[in-house]
Design a protein around this ligand. Structure first.
Ligand SMILES: *Cc1c(COP(=O)(O)O)cnc(C)c1O
Length: 370
């Protein structure tokens, strides 16, 4: 046994459970191809301009990247209508979430986390020996009244995933504005907007919030709408004083040159964005009508995934999908027994998911009747 003792918070972190690798699933089930719908990745790939820019810029690959992300910073500053010093870049939002905790959370301070939501908020809180205060969702949505009620003298950060992963609910504009007004201004409110582009109804421009409130930071990612998950790039938008603190704990070269270039060209490809959003809308509509036909409950989604109630044991459902070459997420791991989370696929892939659900539920009915 090692005598070297880790930070006390690290003792409380369960070992990271990686999603099953495609390779291990293929071998176990003797399959040659697998459709992965477990990580909310973009099934339409990414902009075709990405391959071109990488080829064009390959002579730069032996140099360290621009730590400041100058070109991308300028583009996003004009897109969001904020000064360049309101932006911070990271190795995906994952890194930014950790950096926020590293820069702000003192030992023993509380971080308020809706539950279920993105699991990484709790992990980074424990890393800093902070105290996670988990607040159950109400009808699958973030319960802002309950959060306000549980703010204490120790509260330092409030994590709001909007739209929320894994439920897909989004806060109404009025509710969000009202909530932020009521949070004391020494508490940091992090709005993780990984799925903001997929919101069903037209949504307000949330960058207004950071102009009115110096304790709010928005997080955006290139992993979902833009399909650049493997490149690892995301950014935060907030008051320059917040941004400066996050930059202090950031590893200066965490955003690679290929990631910066891929992001720059992706921002300009309006056709690809439209294609992704159209496919998402049509796919969710297909799910809504087919799930209704099958008599299965679901939560209306503002993301690129959908939470579905099968009512069956999650592992059995997961296995039925694997036998049909599809990886989905058993929502038991989010505390939602009897539910699965399925990422939006291509239109054909979605139809296949529905066929699997249909035969699974029919088989289950037959078993119950006999
Ligand atoms: C997918 C996702 C992210 C994106 O993380 P990256 O590190 O940018 O890939 C962030 N937050 C939530 C809630 C997500 O679901």
């Amino acid at each position: 046994m090692s005598m070297v003792k880790e930070r006390s918070g690290v003792q409380k972190i369960a070992p990271y459970q990686a999603a099953r690798s495609l390779e291990s699933v293929k071998r176990e089930f003797g399959l040659d191809q697998i459709i992965k719908l477990a990580g909310n990745e973009n099934r339409l790939g990414c902009s075709s301009r990405v391959a071109g820019i990488l080829e064009e810029q390959k002579s730069q690959f032996s140099f360290y990247p621009d730590s400041n992300c100058t070109v991308l910073r300028e583009r996003l500053s004009s897109i969001h209508n904020v000064e360049p010093d309101h932006l911070v870049f990271g190795n995906g939002s994952f890194e930014l979430i950790a950096l926020i905790a590293h820069a702000y959370l003192e030992t023993g301070e509380e971080a308020v986390i809706p539950d279920p939501s993105f699991g990484w908020y709790r992990n980074v809180t424990l890393q800093m020996n902070g105290k996670p205060v988990m607040i159950p969702l109400k009808e699958f949505a973030i319960d802002t009244d309950e959060i306000l009620r549980l703010i204490s003298g120790q509260t330092k950060i409030i994590w709001i995933c909007n739209p929320n992963n894994p439920t897909g609910t989004v806060l109404k504009e009025e509710q969000l504005r009202d909530f932020i007004k009521k949070v004391p201004d020494h508490i940091l409110v992090v709005l993780d907007e990984a799925y903001i582009d997929f919101v069903e109804e037209p949504y307000f421009d949330t960058t207004e919030l950071i102009k009115q409130h110096k304790n709010v930071i928005l997080l955006r990612t290139f992993s979902k709408l833009y399909g650049l998950a493997s490149f690892r790039i995301g950014y935060g938008i907030g008051d320059p004083e917040l941004i400066e603190k996050i930059n202090k704990v950031r590893s200066p070269l965490s955003v690679s040159f290929p990631a910066q270039k891929a992001a720059e060209v992706s921002l300009e490809d309006e056709d690809f964005k439209r294609l992704v959003l159209d496919n998402n809308r049509k796919s969710l509509d297909l799910y809504y009508s087919e799930l209704k036909r099958l008599g299965l409950d679901y939560v209306r989604s503002n993301g690129n995934f959908i939470l579905i109630r099968t009512g069956a044991d999650g592992e059995a459902v997961e296995k039925a999908f694997l036998q049909n070459e599809i990886i989905i997420r058993n929502a038991s791991e989010f505390g939602l027994d009897g539910w699965i989370r399925v990422s939006v696929g291509t239109f054909e892939e979605n139809k296949k998911v529905i066929r699997v659900l249909e035969s699974f539920t029919q088989e289950r009915k037959r078993q119950e009747e006999s």
